[in-house]
Design a protein around this ligand. Structure first.
Ligand code: NAD
Ligand code: DAU
Length: 334
């Protein structure tokens, strides 16, 4: 099998490529990534000389390039996106271009090249925000995106489904909750707080810290994507979640404990605009149809993740001081 992975130099995509190469070493992977601020080839350094792995620097909005690459693969797993909510609030242009137009470009190439198998990576944020006692999101929950990021992802989900209904494109979609694990860009809650605390810096909790997210280890997410690719029903959506709802303050206290720091490191700052209150996922469809459920407990996963950030200071210090871009600019100057 030959896979085109988009956004494979980012957090979840890079973990997916490692997962795939470990489990299916004879498969071939082409990784198409524009290397935005979030793309980092150091995440895949160990695969550089693997003959079954190829990196292509390019944009998913580039019709010609995408067409050439799609022609030559059996399936596309589409991770590439602008992924950070706060950035979408300050400037949403790239979110619209990459998440909507970029997805459309890939769908067109998949359609024109013989209806290639297409798996779209999406998010639980498309369903909007829950109150404390509301039932969890599932595949039948109406879409109600509330940030430019989630609106752009919702739009891409609609396009993917439209290509199934209109052209019979063999698609599947996964809507997953908040991921954590190695190689996550230190702008997201867990890596930002872990790296700040290791550096002795304060950690900015938005509002009262009572917003709730459902946390899943990135390996559980990627195993779910694998099972959807292998056993998922064409045209269907699968919700994947971690069975681990926590308030931001609960997470903050756990990270403080794991890094040996005290409450005085917390700085309460202004709330995010339109801050979604709670996300929660009912993954019973994935459990029933695929036999998938998360296997990594939050306690264990977080402990290992914080240990990874403790041990990988070279990786994230280069990101925090901007040095990480030099590595690939030498090799892939565009
Ligand atoms: P990320 O920001 O870490 O990585 C995104 C990658 O996409 C980067 O390598 C970047 O260079 C690349 N990219 C961006 N624009 C591109 C373009 N125009 N052309 C080619 N490459 C481009 O994101 P992530 O957290 O790994 O998220 C991956 C996917 O998973 C996204 O689609 C996101 O919406 C979804 N998702 C993320 C989470 C989460 O908690 N992080 C949860 C559910 C779903
Ligand atoms: O639910 C899935 C989504 O999870 C993905 O689709 C997104 O790509 C991913 O970024 C993530 O979105 P969130 O907005 O939930 O993640 P973030 O890490 O930005 O924030 C998690 C919570 O922590 C949220 O309630 C805001 C809060 N927060 C975040 C940051 C960065 C803080 O309190 N302080 C911070 O500095």
């Amino acid at each position: 099998m030959k896979l085109l992975i988009t956004g494979g130099a980012g957090f979840i995509g890079a973990n997916f490529i490692h997962y795939w190469m470990q489990n299916y070493p004879n498969d071939e992977i082409v990784n198409l990534d524009a290397l935005t601020y979030a793309g980092n080839l150091e995440n895949l350094k160990d695969l550089e000389n693997n003959p079954n792995y190829k990196f292509v620097k390019g944009n998913i909005c580039d019709e010609k390039l995408v067409d050439e690459l799609v022609k030559d693969v059996d399936a596309i797993v589409h991770f590439a996106a602008e992924s950070h909510v706060d950035r979408s609030i300050s400037d949403s242009g790239d979110f619209i271009r990459t998440n909507i137009s970029g997805t459309h470009t890939l769908l067109e190439a998949a359609r024109k090249n013989g209806n290639k198998r297409f798996h779209h990576i999406s998010t639980d944020e498309v369903f909007g925000s829950l109150e404390e006692n509301d039932p969890a999101f599932n595949e039948d929950t109406s879409y109600d995106p509330r940030s430019p990021y989630s609106a752009s992802k919702a739009s891409s989900d609609h396009l993917v489904r439209a290509y199934f209904h209109t052209y019979g494109l063999p698609i599947t979609i996964s809507n997953c909750s908040n991921n954590y694990g190695p190689y996550q860009f230190p702008e997201k809650l867990i890596p930002l707080f872990a790296t700040n605390l290791i550096e002795g810096k304060k950690i900015p909790v938005y509002g009262k810290g009572d917003n709730i997210r459902d946390w899943i280890h990135v390996d559980d997410h990627n195993r779910g994507v694998d099972m959807i690719l292998k056993k998922g029903k064409i045209g269907e959506t699968y919700c994947l979640g971690g069975n681990s709802e926590k308030t931001n303050l609960e997470i903050t206290h756990k990270i403080l404990e794991l890094t040996g720091k005290g409450e005085e490191m917390i700085e309460y700052v202004a709330d995010r605009k339109g801050h979604d209150k709670r996300y929660a996922i009912d993954f019973s469809k994935a459990k029933k149809e695929l036999g998938w459920e998360p296997q990594i407990s939050f306690e264990d996963g977080l402990k290992k993740t914080i240990a990874w950030y403790e041990d990988s200071q070279d990786w994230w210090k280069k990101i925090k001081n901007g040095e990480y871009k030099e590595y690939y600019e030498k090799q892939y100057k565009s």
